[in-house]
Write a protein that binds this ligand. Structure first.
Ligand SMILES: [Zn+2]
Length: 413
């Protein structure tokens, strides 16, 4: 193990970062939502100082930013590199004990004492990882590759630029808290983080490049009923539960998460709670296409309006529609260099780019709202938010190489 550590800087950094418990806490009244995130940010701040970065700023909300001027041309583009400090609330990130499997032979992998295992039967991608060095969990926690692998890869790339004296463009770095609970950009210094474009290093398998995400909104619908003894209820009772069921049944049955993929959008009923007196439904509305996204929202408005018109109600159905985030592609397509450069850097590192859709949102979507194009590049990890999370050492080194290469290629733009 010691030999491996001294051999592989990216892994050494990664193991250090995952030793910090930075699990995001939904509903926390403070930002960052957990103290470990600020502790990790302070460590990274020291490391950025040691690497000679400038304009290093860490605010009390654990947003850490820094700048490294180009070593060959002050007029070179400025590229942002972003990763998040927190880990998913879905799985513990405390006392992470990574295990290294050298030269994976294929087949099942027992985690820790063997109560948990990962198998190529459930995860066919494992077949492609035969011969690689895998980093897995002990089956008790997540690994934290999402997104500490991204942090380790960015830091290792900066280290290599410095120690190997490699040519590079202007670079801004940002490490942000609470991405997993959608609050990462709350206290982000957008005005000072001026870049031509940026990348989050927060994707999965080697080669992944993502720059299209859902347009996202949510709907909360409240039905008001009127309860009365069921034996004497004729023409008197208004059953909010029955109304809500009828309402839900009016939605297109196949446009749901469990029946859609790729570019298909959906309505997702994720909360149904109530009594005869009152029911609350909550939906997520998702679509890549902005015109279809508007149609989906209008569908819900129209349905509420129709029920209010046609049903016998004492009090109208209430609808609260909330916009969440937009498809970043609207902004990215205006900066095609962001995609071209990532593609070129990957090809020069012998990696085939794999353009994928994000069926969710990222911090990049929030940055796009502020006009900053921010595609997402792979980290080399799999099975995020789970005890079955893993990453390959080779994938991490590929990510470092791609980052170094694109920062060099940007000087030629
Ligand atoms: Zn992530």
């Amino acid at each position: 193990m010691q030999d491996l550590l001294s051999r592989e800087l990216v892994l050494e950094r990664f193991f250090n970062y995952v030793s910090y418990d930075t699990q995001a806490k939904p509903g926390a009244k403070i930002s960052p939502s957990s103290a470990g995130q600020l502790a990790l940010a302070k460590l990274l701040q020291q490391e950025l100082v040691a690497l000679g970065l400038q304009e290093i700023e860490l605010n009390k909300h654990a947003v850490l930013t820094a700048f490294l001027p180009s070593n060959i041309d002050p007029h070179a583009p400025t590229i942002g590199l972003i990763a998040h400090l927190d880990t998913s609330p879905d799985c513990s990130g405390k006392h992470v004990q990574p295990e290294v499997i050298d030269n994976y032979r294929g087949g099942d992998i027992a985690l820790g004492i063997g109560e948990e295992f990962i198998s190529p039967v459930y995860y066919p991608f494992l077949h492609q990882l035969v011969g690689k060095t895998l980093i897995v969990t002990d089956g008790k926690t997540l690994l934290g590759a999402d997104n500490k692998a991204g942090i380790a890869e960015i830091m290792t790339a900066l280290y290599r630029l410095k120690t190997e004296n490699l040519p590079h463009c202007n670079i801004r770095v940002a490490f942000t808290p609470d991405e997993e609970i959608g609050l990462g950009m709350q206290f982000f210094p957008f005005d000072r983080f001026s870049c031509d474009w940026a990348y989050t290093i927060d994707g999965g398998a080697v080669g992944e490049l993502e720059y299209e995400n859902f347009n996202a909104a949510s709907a909360k619908i409240t039905f008001h009923g009127c309860n009365i003894h069921p034996g004497y209820a004729k023409h008197k009772m208004i059953n909010a539960l029955a109304l809500a069921c009828e309402f839900q049944n009016a939605f297109p049955a196949t446009e749901v998460p469990e029946q859609t993929e790729q570019r298909e959008g959906f309505f997702h009923l994720h909360h149904f709670d109530g009594t005869i007196e009152k029911v609350e439904l909550q939906y997520l509305i998702r679509d890549f296409d902005s015109a279809n996204f508007e149609k989906r929202k209008q569908f819900i408005r129209d349905l509420v309006e129709k029920f209010n018109r046609q049903k016998r109600l004492l009090k109208p159905i209430e609808l609260v529609l909330t916009e969440n985030y937009k498809n970043m592609y609207e902004v990215v397509k205006q900066v095609p260099q962001a995609i071209e450069l990532a593609d070129l850097a990957m090809k020069q590192c012998n990696i085939t780019p794999n353009h994928k859709l994000i069926r969710g949102g990222t911090d990049g979507a929030w940055l796009a709202e502020k006009g900053l194009a921010c595609p997402n590049i792979f980290t080399g990890g799999y099975n995020f938010h789970s005890k079955h999370e893993l990453i390959t050492l080779e994938g991490m080194k590929d990510a470092v190489n791609v980052i170094v290469k694109l920062l060099e290629l940007a000087t030629q733009k």
